[in-house]
Each structure stands twice: as C-alpha cells, then as structure tokens.
Design a protein around this ligand. Structure first.
Ligand SMILES: C[S@@+](CC[C@H](N)C(=O)[O-])C[C@H]1O[C@@H](n2cnc3c(N)ncnc32)[C@H](O)[C@@H]1O
Length: 343
C-alpha cells in the first residue's frame, strides 16, 4: 500500500538527517588516538563514527540493531577504506561482535542511546505519536510489534509496563482504556493509541510534552528490551576496554541515565570498608574498574539546544578503564526495572 504523501516526510526530501548530539563533548571525552580501535555501539547516521575517523587514524567497529542504519552506512565505509566495519547487531553482544573481528581489546566505546531522527521521523516505523503510522516501534524489525503487545497483554501487564518503564502515574487508567478500546477493534496505528492516552490524561495547557510521551516510551523500552541491553552493553564494554580506554555514554531520559550513573558509581568506588580483611580474590573483585572523567553529567549548551531541540534532555557520562578485573553484572543493582512477566 502506498503511504500518503508526507507520511514519510519530516521535511522536504524525506526524514530529517540525524544531527549528532554533543559531538564535540563526545570527541573530547573519548579522545581517540592514532591506531586506536573504537566501538561505536549505536551507529545511527554515523555522525560519531565519521568524527572519530576524521579526528585521527583510528579504526571503528560500528554496530546498529537497525538494518536500515547499517545499509545506509555503506557509503561512509567507502570513504574510509578498511577503517570502518559495520555490523548489524546489538551492542549488548559487542564482545562477540568484536571478537569475531579478531580484536581482543578496544580503546574506546561510545553509546548514544535511543532513536535516530530517521527512525523517529519515518511514520512507517511507528515510533511517533504525532504521525499516523502502523503501531510498530521495533528498532531491529524483528520480534513482536507494539501493536501485538497492546492487543494481547492483560490490563495488569500493560499497567505494569506503562508504570515502570514510562514512570506514568495513571498507568492503570490508560491500560483499562486500551483494553476497553481493543474490545471494539484491534489498535493498529500510532494515532489510535495516542488518542486513547490523550483522552484518559487530557492535555494541560502548560504541559510541554504530549500526553502519550510516557506510554510510547514504555512500550518502546519494553519491546526492544532497551534497558537490559544498556546494562549488558556497559558490562561488555567493561570487559573489552584496555586499561586507559574510555567509555562514553549519552542518555536521553532518567531511566537510562540512572543505570549509567549507578554503573559508573559502583565501578569507580573503592572496596567497602573492612575490605582489607577480605581474601585477595574478593578484594580484586571490588577494586574500581573505572575512574570517572566527570563527576556530574555533561549537558548540551543552549546554542546546541536551539539548533537541535532533540538534544535538550541529553546527558553525557564518561569514565576511563583501570587495570582492575571487570565486575559481575547485576541488573537489579543497576536499577533496571524488573517486569514480573516474560515477553
Ligand atoms: C541516537 S541514534 C545514534 C546516532 C549516532 N550517534 C549518530 O551520530 O548518527 C541511536 C541508534 O542506536 C541504535 N540502537 C539502539 N539500541 C541499540 C542496541 N541495543 N544495539 C545496537 N544499536 C542500537 C538505534 O537503532 C539508532 O540507530
């Protein structure tokens, strides 16, 4: 079926090109050196990868779970022959991906979470509550879609997702309205869902965010398992980075930022008091595996926010790997919300 004219167009000429967020700050924190091997775990439109490749004679292994992003990146790979390897996969699997490339350890890992402008602006991807499109929201185009979820889960399950992953106070009322509406006909489009949420919540005049923002965020995080991926990605980066290597992460909402903040706090704090009495193996296990490069997160300046409003909620956190062994991954300790039922 032909999509309506304009349905795929954010601006004349197609979906807006993604503008990299805090690019200068990212480069400054990652400091790629000549000969370095860098993992760009969220390739997107390749803004970061391109900047790393231009800054110095490094190599980049770029990962994206979205096959469209990887296909579009081939043009950039041709500009830097033998220096940019594109891989369609999850950054949570970066250890396997990097090992398959014959690389044992890397000098830098960059993660720029969430969606690219191409994904957000293309109505057919179903991420936007403003544009009419199929209720899809799958970053990697595999597995159940958002429509499958809203049309099959119970009201209790939907309320749990919307409450925990959207931090939405009225999750039960929204879940009830979804279940009532789907009894008439399946919910198939982004607009149908955002109208249901807007009817439950109403819209306050001074509320800058669309009322469906939190519900859409929750469904997207749930079906793409984004927070588990984030925790797995941080842990994989910890195992892959050389001593002196850098991990730099840009987040866009509080759930993501809390996980990164806890990860770095936990990994950069010396062993708990009394640890000198611990056996040697345990003391090594608790030795800081990272040194923080910034105590407070770096935020975009006003001129960047004016140029690119999507940067406004971005937070950049960065740390340098020490020589201590990697710690074990504990999802609950990092604040990954636990959902009581499976997908
Ligand atoms: C904000 S964009 C990155 C933009 C990029 N830094 C640039 O300058 O063009 C995020 C990208 O990460 C991808 N992504 C999100 N989660 C991922 C995951 N767990 N593994 C691999 N790619 C992921 C998305 O598909 C999207 O293309």
């Amino acid at each position: 079926m032909m999509a309506g004219r304009g349905a795929h167009m954010a601006a004349v000429g197609g979906p807006a090109r993604h503008i990299p967020v805090m690019l200068w700050e990212m480069l400054r924190a990652l400091e790629p050196g000549s000969g370095a091997i860098i993992v760009d775990g969220t390739f997107g439109a390749g803004g970061y990868s391109k900047a790393f490749l231009e800054a110095t004679d490094c190599k980049v292994i770029a990962i994206d779970r979205d096959p469209e992003a990887i296909a579009a990146g081939e043009a950039l790979a041709e500009v830097f022959p033998g220096r940019l390897k594109l891989v369609n996969g999850h950054f949570g699997d970066m250890e396997d991906i990097v090992t398959r490339e014959g690389v044992e350890a890397v000098d830098g890992v960059a993660l720029d979470l969430g969606l690219s402008s191409m994904q957000l602006d293309k109505a057919s991807r179903g991420f936007s509550f403003i544009k009419e499109g199929p209720l899809d929201m799958r970053m990697g185009k595999e597995g159940p879609s958002a429509s499958d979820i809203v049309n099959t889960l119970s009201a209790g399950e939907l309320a749990e997702i919307i409450g925990k992953l959207g931090e939405e106070g009225r999750s039960r009322a929204i879940a009830k309205a979804i279940v009532a509406r789907r009894a008439e006909a399946p919910i198939e489009t982004t607009k149908e869902l955002s109208d249901i949420v807007a009817r439950v919540l109403g819209r306050k005049r001074d509320e800058p965010k669309h009322p469906a923002t939190r519900t859409f965020q929750a469904l997207r995080l749930y079906l793409n398992e984004e927070l588990e991926e984030l925790a797995r990605g941080l842990s994989a980066a910890e195992r892959l980075l050389k001593a002196g290597g850098r991990l730099v992460v840009v987040t866009f909402h509080s759930l993501e930022d809390r996980i990164v903040k806890r990860f770095f706090a936990n990994r950069s704090t010396p062993a708990p008091r009394g640890s000198r009495h611990l056996p040697e193996a345990s003391a090594a296990e608790f030795a800081p595996s990272f040194r923080l490069l910034n105590r407070r997160p770096v935020e975009p300046n006003q001129s960047e926010i004016r140029r690119n409003p999507r940067a406004r909620s971005a937070r950049l956190r960065a740390a340098e790997r020490t020589a201590a062994p990697a710690h074990a991954l504990d999802l609950a300790a990092l604040g990954v919300p636990q959902i009581s039922f499976g997908m």
